[in-house]
Design a protein around this ligand. Structure first.
Ligand code: ATP
Ligand code: MG
Length: 399
């Protein structure tokens, strides 16, 4: 893989290039582009141990000076305002390269295991993850649609064509909470498989994460970049399936023992996840959430109908949830009740309910937030830097 952040030092002496070129060279500002002819020589003090002794310079473009971002470190607000220029820095180039390789590995995992990649829609007619985070859009003159929160319902349709399907699409969530881990637009890798039960679903997630992390460590370039970002590669080396599991009930006990004001039935949010994921020190599944905490499509546990066959995968070091998954409800009447409980109208979900009416199979699936995983891999402080153009609740003007 190329290394686009490499710096090459070029030394120009008036005596080598003559006074005409020298006068032109004086006009070169930061970020200007030039074509240089010269001789590459060794210099142990230069970046990369080499420099160019310049003979001729052809100016291609002179940048306006001063450059808005200068050379010194800038606060996040300034970097967001100048995002279109800020991404020229080596730090961002390195993040994009790890991201690109991560996506390549994810695709490779599914191809090797004979999953089918499909293309679900982004403009959708129904909510799937709760009305509060829906982005509404005008759909022609007299109709409205929503930006997809998840491709899941459509993947559930596709399993009847292809069996095991996956997709990588943007998902949109109008998240009002200003956390370090929520974007309004993120890349969602989702998988759904016919005949896969709860356990099979967890196994796929473990294999996928292990495959991605191992691949990143086996590649010299991504390994060295990850080390440069996080300073410690051991937490990645420790990623080995099978992952630990704790139930929601156990998590509540752990949290209560740590003096959290929490009781059975309460949601486990970012603060609680942080404590659990620092405690367990490895990837782990948090399983069997109370049914009312999960979306309507999650299957209830037949042994204990107050809990669901759901599991979140949490990353260590306080990072928390990177995957949400479950076995899906296949009883049409239970689904109708659950859709009503969430405040939606079953009429809007007729097509989805038909998947249970007109022949169904047990099936399960999950959704991985690409940015959440990359955020942990590089141990970044805020999720926004995993994307070149992050959409955040508090930044309303963007390019
Ligand atoms: P959270 O509780 O953190 O808001 P969630 O339970 O709403 O997450 P799911 O609906 O299960 O998340 O979505 C599947 C995955 O998508 C999550 O595990 C996470 O990795 C990612 N994800 C969800 N919301 C966001 C967001 N706003 N920004 C970035 N990634 C997200
Ligand atoms: Mg959410």
């Amino acid at each position: 893989m190329s290394e686009p952040w490499r710096i090459l030092q070029c030394v120009i002496k008036k005596s080598d290039v003559g006074s005409k070129t020298w006068e032109r060279v004086k006009k070169i500002t930061q970020e200007s582009s030039v074509i240089i002819y010269g001789e590459m020589i060794a210099n142990p003090r230069a970046p990369g141990g080499k420099e160019v002794k310049v003979r001729e310079v052809l100016i291609q473009h002179i940048a306006v000076s001063p450059y808005p971002l200068g050379k010194k470190e800038q606060p996040p607000e300034v970097l967001m305002r100048w995002r279109h220029l800020a991404i020229r820095s080596p730090r961002f180039t390195k993040i994009w390269i790890v991201r690109e390789y991560l996506l390549k590995l994810a695709r490779e995992y599914f191809q090797r295991n004979e999953w089918h990649e499909v293309s679900p829609p982004i403009l959708v007619s129904t909510a799937c993850e709760g009305g509060a985070t829906l982005f509404e859009v005008k759909y022609f003159d007299d109709s409205k649609a929503y930006l997809s929160q998840s491709a899941q319902l459509y993947l559930e349709v596709m399993i009847f064509s292809l069996g095991k399907v996956w997709s990588l699409t943007p998902s949109f969530r109008a998240e009002k909470s200003r956390t370090r881990r929520h974007l309004a637009e993120y890349w969602h890798l989702e998988a759904e498989a016919a005949w896969y039960r709860f356990e099979d679903n967890l196994r796929v997630q473990e294999e996928l994460i292990e495959y991605i992390i191992r691949g990143l460590l086996e590649n010299d370039l991504t390994r060295s970049l990850i080390l440069e970002f996080r300073g410690d590669i051991e937490p990645l080396e420790n990623v080995k399936a099978p992952f630990e599991r704790i139930t929601y009930d156990e998590a509540i006990e752990i949290l209560q023992s740590k003096n959290f004001d929490i009781k059975w039935g309460d949601d486990i949010g970012a603060d609680e996840e942080k404590v659990l994921s620092e405690e367990i020190e490895q990837f782990f599944f948090l399983t069997h959430f109370p049914a009312h905490l999960k979306a309507f499509y999650v299957k209830l546990d037949s042994n204990r109908p107050e809990v669901s066959l759901s599991a979140d995968l949490l990353a260590p070091e306080g990072y928390g949830e990177i995957i949400g998954g479950s076995e899906r409800e296949d009883d049409v009447n239970v689904l109708i009740d659950r859709i009503r409980e969430e405040g939606f109208d079953p009429k809007d979900y007729q097509w989805y309910l038909d998947l249970r009416r007109y022949g169904s199979v047990p099936h399960s699936g999950f959704g991985l937030g690409i940015e959440r995983l990359l955020w942990w891999i590089l141990k970044l402080s805020h999720i926004r830097d995993t994307l070149p153009f992050p959409r955040l609740a508090r930044v309303k003007k963007f390019i």
